[in-house]
Design a protein around this ligand. Structure first.
Ligand code: PLP
Length: 443
């Protein structure tokens, strides 16, 4: 057990050992990575990270929404060790093994796309999206896709074509997949009619219907891909009517609906998949991140009549690795036996508390989210304009206080802690975030 609960900062940041490692990393590692602050993680337990100099941090990033059951959950580690001693790899593409078949059954039962589903295994979010793109094209014999502005679906060339998040992610990589149309995602805060009229959030869908009659023959569209809660784009939660109208449009034109649950899925919102909050029933679901508590694994799940591709049409050497699969089975067991409930409870408390605190913090203009997928949007108090520099200063100030945060969207702080956080950790995070905001506002 730790002598001190996080946060407990004992050196300058970065400390001497961290500085050495950063220097090594910077010499040899791809400069494309984005490190917002110099955290050099050594080990983790629950919602705490200890760095190489012995500083303890409270982790409200979960390794970008991945370590759903907390860092190194002992039950997850135990099944990993046991499986690693039994069988490390055999390629589920060419052979059969129990953990992959059992996990496929579990995910097929859980996915919100239909009563009978099938599962294709991958190693990451982007591969799950690539698989969905290929399946949608093959099943429909159509070539075009519709995606949303602000969306993040990954960085390999197919999924990058659907990503509409930041220009830097696409700059220099053209030509991308042809035939992708981006439309507006509901963002009630940026909507000129916010608070005035219901329905204004559906502007993107109005544009889509206009495109269908002018520029984009709907019978050529294979699928519309949508994050049920937009993640990298700013933790935006659409109104329920968005999903009703989206589904109606897609059904009318025989277009498949892909729900990208890579960030929002696996219990983070208090339900296994965020779609369930809206009664949204897509045809295909992509997942990764939180599925195996930190081991690389992803899945593309589709209604069985849609996953009708023949042997050889798609496969992956490592996807569905047995060690990752047992970690996922244990993760799901833990989610179902209390962690999702905890995510819902702690998330509600955090959102309500942050909204109350925001009343006396003019830089906070919105607190939104479901469960432990929470966005705190900042703006310049004087002008009401987005405040990306302030956001960045807040994230840095929080790090110096021992709270790990990340940004998302233009001007939003994201809270995506492991789903194991307790009340004390939630209270500590709110205090440190508010202190960091005070400090950053006066810099
Ligand atoms: C919604 C969504 N889809 C896909 C991805 C890509 O996942 P990966 O980085 O595992 O390829 C991400 C990653 O942030 C994501 O948030």
């Amino acid at each position: 057990m730790p002598d001190h609960a996080a946060p407990h900062i004992v050196t300058e940041l970065p400390g001497p050992r961290a500085q050495q490692l950063i220097a090594l990393d910077q010499q040899y590692t791809s400069p494309s990575y984005t490190r917002d602050y110099p955290l050099v993680a050594e080990r983790g337990e629950g919602a705490e990270i200890v760095d190489v100099d012995g500083n303890r941090f409270l982790d409200f990033t979960a390794g970008i929404a991945v370590c759903s059951t907390g860092h190194c959950h002992p039950e997850v580690v135990a099944v990993i060790v046991e499986q690693a001693q039994r069988l490390l790899h055999m390629s589920g593409t060419d052979f059969y093994y129990r953990p992959q078949a059992e996990l496929a059954r579990k995910l097929a039962e859980l996915a919100p796309c239909g009563a009978r589903n099938r599962v294709f295994f991958t190693n990451s979010g982007t591969e799950s999206v690539e698989a969905a793109i290929k399946l949608a094209r093959r099943h429909t014999s159509r070539s075009q896709f519709v995606a949303f502005r602000g969306a993040f679906h990954g960085r390999t060339l197919g999924s990058l074509s659907l990503t509409g998040s930041k220009a830097v992610q696409r700059r220099g990589f053209a030509p991308l997949l042809p035939g992708v149309t981006h439309i507006d995602y509901p963002n009630c805060r940026s909507c000129p009619q916010a608070g005035a009229t219901a329905g204004c959030c559906l502007r993107g869908l109005d544009d889509l219907e206009r495109a269908f009659s002018q520029t984009l023959p709907p019978e050529e569209v294979a699928a519309i891909i949508c994050e049920p809660i937009q993640g990298e784009g700013g933790y935006l939660v659409p109104p329920p009517e968005f999903f009703v109208r989206l589904s109606e449009i897609a059904r009318r034109h025989g277009i498949l609906l892909i729900a990208d649950e890579v960030q929002s899925g696996m219990g983070r919102t208090g339900k296994m998949f965020a779609c369930e909050h809206f009664g949204f029933e897509p045809d295909i679901v992509t997942t990764a991140k939180g599925i195996a508590s930190g081991l690389p694994l992803g899945a593309m799940i589709a209604r069985h009549e849609i996953m009708d591709w023949p042997p050889g049409s798609h496969a992956s050497t490592f996807g569905g690795n047995p060690v990752s699969c047992v970690a996922a089975l244990k993760t799901i067991e833990l989610l179902e036996s209390g962690l999702m409930e905890n995510a819902a409870r702690q998330g509600t408390w955090l959102i309500e508390t942050l909204r109350r605190r925001a009343a006396s913090l003019p830089a906070i203009v919105d607190v939104r989210g479901i469960g432990l997928m929470i966005g705190v949007e900042l703006a310049e108090p004087a002008t009401g304009r987005p405040a990306p520099e302030l956001r960045s200063r807040v994230v840095q100030a929080a790090f110096r206080r021992g709270l790990l945060l990340l940004g998302c969207g233009v001007s939003t702080i994201r809270l995506c802690p492991p789903l194991v956080i307790d009340q004390r950790q939630a209270e500590t995070a709110v205090e440190l975030l508010c202190q960091a905001l005070e400090e950053a506002s006066h810099e």
